[in-house]
Design a protein around this ligand. Sequence first.
Ligand code: SF4
Length: 687
Amino acid sequence: MEKVLTVCPYCGSGCQLYLCVENNKVVGAEPANGPINEGELCLKGHYGWDFLNDTKILSKRLTKPMLRYSRSEPLREVEWEEALDYVADRLRSIQEKYGPDAIMGTGSARGTGNETNYVMQKFMRAVIGTNNVDHCARVCHGPSVAGLTTIFGSGAMSNSIPEIEDADCLLIFGYNAAEAHPLVAKRILRAKQKGAKIIVVDPRRTEAARIADLWLQLNNGSNMALVNSFANVILDRGWQNDNFINNFTEGFAVYRKIIERYTPAYAQTITGIAPQLVEEAMKIYTHSANSFILWGMGVTQFGQAVDVVKGLGSLCLLTGQIGKPSSGVGPVRGQNNVQGACDMGALPNVFPGYQPVTDAANRKKFAKAWGVEDLPDKIGFTITEVPHAVESGKLKAFYIIGEDPAQSDPDSGRLKKSLANLDFVVFQDIFMNKTALHADVILPATAWGEHGGVFSGADRRFQRFRKAVDAKGDVKDDWVIIGELAKRLGYEMHYQNTEEIWNELISLCPGYAGATYEKMERQGSVQWPCRTPEDPGTPYLFKNNIFQTTSKKGIFFATEWRPPAEVPDAEYPTVLCTVREVGHYSSRTMTGNCWALTKLADEPGYVQISVEDANLLGIEDEELMRVSSRRGSVMSRAKVTERVKPGTVYMTYQWWIGACNELTIDNLDPISKTPEYKYCAVKLEAI
Ligand code: SF4
């Protein structure tokens, strides 16, 4: 038996594991001693590989290109030549007729790797001629990138995941690590065992809330008011760090003026949190030697998410709780390579390495390296703007790699209509999914386990993942497919292997310049920035309190709280909030095809409903119920629980049946364009 060292393809923790292989078949997975997991794995890491060789599951894999010349026809299997020629012809004709900005592409935050994301954004920019490239960071930590880049100059986790356990205080805000990142949850537990104080801000009683020293069960949709009241109490009690504020920040006077209005008593009218709890929480946060703020989708999936991210970062500036080990900000990325897809520039506003497309010097550098005369300077569409761009006639073609927006994006009924109205849809993935039903061409790709490359973990950690088995079926690596399309469109983009792609990438990004394959092999991982061959990488950012903004200072930010877009009313009196479940990942294309994981959770997710609401409606635990919003209506089973407050229900987004994104609203944060998945108005009915 051979053991192949690789990286888990599920959450953003970045656990290392061995795939155990016999006769080109995966027969098991074992934990490796990676820097994040240190010899442990969660259930997804242990059992998430069946889709690589189970014959019943393989029969569901995409194993041959498929095509239809008319939407009224069914898709039929074709040879690669026919499929690629057709895609190139259609993209060329749309490009000529409507211009390059009529075409949109996606990178992928899943098992495709950084090299594919690099090649895809290069294809969109250098071959098609547009910045219309994005991926699903838009629907998760887009606000973290936008907010932290504005105030610190860098949008990633400031510190490493292993540092969590050495913090003296963890402020866990809207983040359910036990479901989202089980091995991060383990670090939180270890921090608690080592004596850290745990403050949890969450409307739901999560696992972290159960071990917390303080649990602030705020009203859903009131984050900004609570963060402002945190700052207010710090300033009122004189717990701020004046030396840090005076020497390493700017914008404090304006910040203070806004914060003054948010006394804990005033904020309580919005948040529901008693002033003494706010004071207790901030006493712990400010008086601990090292305080680390962790957050998840409970911060980012609101219409005011970027503001809240900036507010949380400003707490670090106010107190000097940043720029040292175990102290800073931790927007913990959800999918295994969502950090990487961002790092590689699969975003509409930046080239790889977060170099803005609006900067002429950047465009000149990349144009020269890619052998084209010029590159587009206009910021492209985000993935959440696709329905709007289709409806206004601006977008005609969509090339989707490793994403399932019809399942995972908000107001999915509207999105599906948009997909149907596009002139041309190309879908490249490993399984059929809801989005694929709208495709004109399907291009089957190799899966994680069948190809190699580099993933970026949530804490800026480049790690090598490796091929363990040969792909079964007539499939190709994603970057090979894109290269073959580029050639048909008159652009030579031929690489021998992923290392060649990687070396081109790091030659163009000063922050990654020293992060070679060789160094990743030698060290096990490399955290960016890593600028030179001698540089081992950077476990924590902003050492010596030097930020990456133009002025090198941290920039304070505060603003007024504003309510969510769609508040409950007489017709739709309940709030719906989306969440996830530990046994499954994203839209379940991979985990839903792994035997053990489907045994763990084999039925469409539940509606978590409070005991009080269930009694009022006459709904029993496990009974079917209906949830309706202004956009759609779905049935699901009730999970009557004391974990949630009356007035709000929670649903997972991962299942085809009871798909809660039929209900969600596409109200977008005005800056990051991230949807407000955590808040819309619904009505509940017993069936
Ligand atoms: Fe994989 Fe995340 Fe589980 Fe680690 S914690 S094994 S990375 S799913």
